[in-house]
Design a protein around this ligand. Structure first.
Ligand SMILES: *[C@@H]1O[C@H](CO)[C@@H](O)[C@H](O)[C@H]1NC(C)=O
Length: 369
């Protein structure tokens, strides 16, 4: 089965003086649905694009990297036009970087086997429209739903499904020259100020043992990096989420997240699950830190109203072993259990599957059409 779109960047890239991929990139298709209460759900011809930083960028006539850490090498790339002349971007091979799609499902593997060796991939992808720009989801007074399979994610692993306020064409990127825009996954930002600082709404950060949804508003470069989150275990619901629990993470379930508004202002972020035809209500966030310093609930709502980009990733956490998500007061995992080395040796095949992504008016995404 062919599930691929060829990126044709030539004309747009030449016009913008950008570096070109040395070969065309084959991007996996991932159909999604945009829904409304009046019109039902309409299939969108969307695809996924890997983050820009996962591609090799090297000299036009050689194999010298044009990157220096996460930025461009100043000697090859003192400015945009010189950089475009000196350097090319290699097209990404999605499968070898842990990303594949089938029908309306995308699977992300943390580790991939290359020549019998286990390699760290930890991919991050974004949802791209047919126009070569990121899909801007406006979810104020709306909802988004997704089916997830987290059954192979152990303590310490994080399957993430979230929104960042990137710009639609991927052109905002203060750390390096614009080399390919959204069609090559450029322009990432989040509330930890990776790339640059921007509003972030974590719809799902989860493994088979624990999960949370968290708002991270920003005002300029001041972000609520801790955020306002809801984790059922941390709220005392210890039998709610996990293998064999009320939300049974050994099987697929649907995650529905709603953004209620009143008078154009975000008033609540709420969560429910659907599994085996049963709707299971969960928590609600109705405040989000200091409105004056980070924008709070108001700022989060304004970003949702302007539109945000859907990002998906799988990662683990050498600094804290994801304890903020799943250990101590936050989940049933033991301290240190979720270290990357434990995961790599004991769960090398860990992967997350996101499917059946639908967004639109509140109540419109789960009617089964
Ligand atoms: C998706 O592509 C098909 C086939 O080219 C087209 O008929 C349809 O209108 C497209 N859908 C949207 C929402 O643009």
């Amino acid at each position: 089965m062919i599930t691929a779109a060829i990126v044709s960047l030539l004309a747009a890239s030449l016009a913008a003086g950008q570096s070109l991929p040395s070969t065309a990139e084959v991007r996996p298709l991932l159909p999604t649905w945009k829904c409304s209460n009046s019109g039902g759900c309409v299939r969108q011809n969307t695809s996924v694009v890997l983050d820009w930083d996962m591609r090799s960028i090297h000299t036009t006539n050689g194999a010298t990297s044009c990157k220096s850490g996460t930025k461009m090498d100043k000697s090859q790339c003192p400015d945009a036009s010189t950089c475009a002349k000196n350097c090319v971007i290699e097209a990404a091979d999605y499968a070898s970087l842990g990303v594949s799609t089938s029908g309306n499902a995308v699977t992300l593997y943390h580790y991939v086997r290359t020549g019998g060796k286990l390699v760290n991939a930890s991919p991050r992808i974004y949802l791209l429209g047919e126009d070569g720009k990121y899909v801007m989801m406006s979810l104020l007074n709306g909802e988004i739903s997704v089916d997830v399979d987290l059954s192979t994610l152990p303590c310490g692993e994080n399957g993430a499904f979230y929104l960042s306020e990137m710009v639609a064409d991927g052109s905002k990127n203060p750390n390096q020259f614009n080399t390919g825009g959204a069609a090559l996954g450029n322009g990432y930002c989040d509330a930890q100020c990776q790339g640059y600082c921007c509003n972030e709404m974590d719809i799902l950060e989860a493994n088979s043992q624990a999960n949370a949804f968290t708002g991270h508003p920003c005002k300029g470069n001041t972000c609520d990096s801790g955020g306002c989150g809801y984790n059922p275990y941390a709220q005392g619901q210890k039998g709610f989420y996990g293998p064999g629990k009320t939300v049974d993470t050994s099987k697929v379930f649907t995650v529905v997240t709603q953004f209620q508004a009143s008078g154009g202002r975000l008033t609540g972020i709420s969560r429910k699950y659907i599994q085996n035809g049963r709707t299971i209500n969960s928590g609600n966030i109705n405040g989000c830190g200091n409105e004056g310093s980070t924008g709070g609930m108001t700022g989060m709502g304004q970003a949702l109203g302007r539109g945000m980009v859907l990002a998906m990733s799988i990662w683990n956490d050498a600094a804290q072993n994801m304890a903020w998500l799943d250990a101590g007061n936050n989940g049933p995992c033991q301290s240190g259990q979720g270290s990357p080395s434990n995961i790599q040796s004991q769960h090398p095949d860990t992967h997350v599957v996101f499917s059946n992504i639908r967004w639109g008016d509140i109540g419109s995404t789960t009617k089964g059409n």
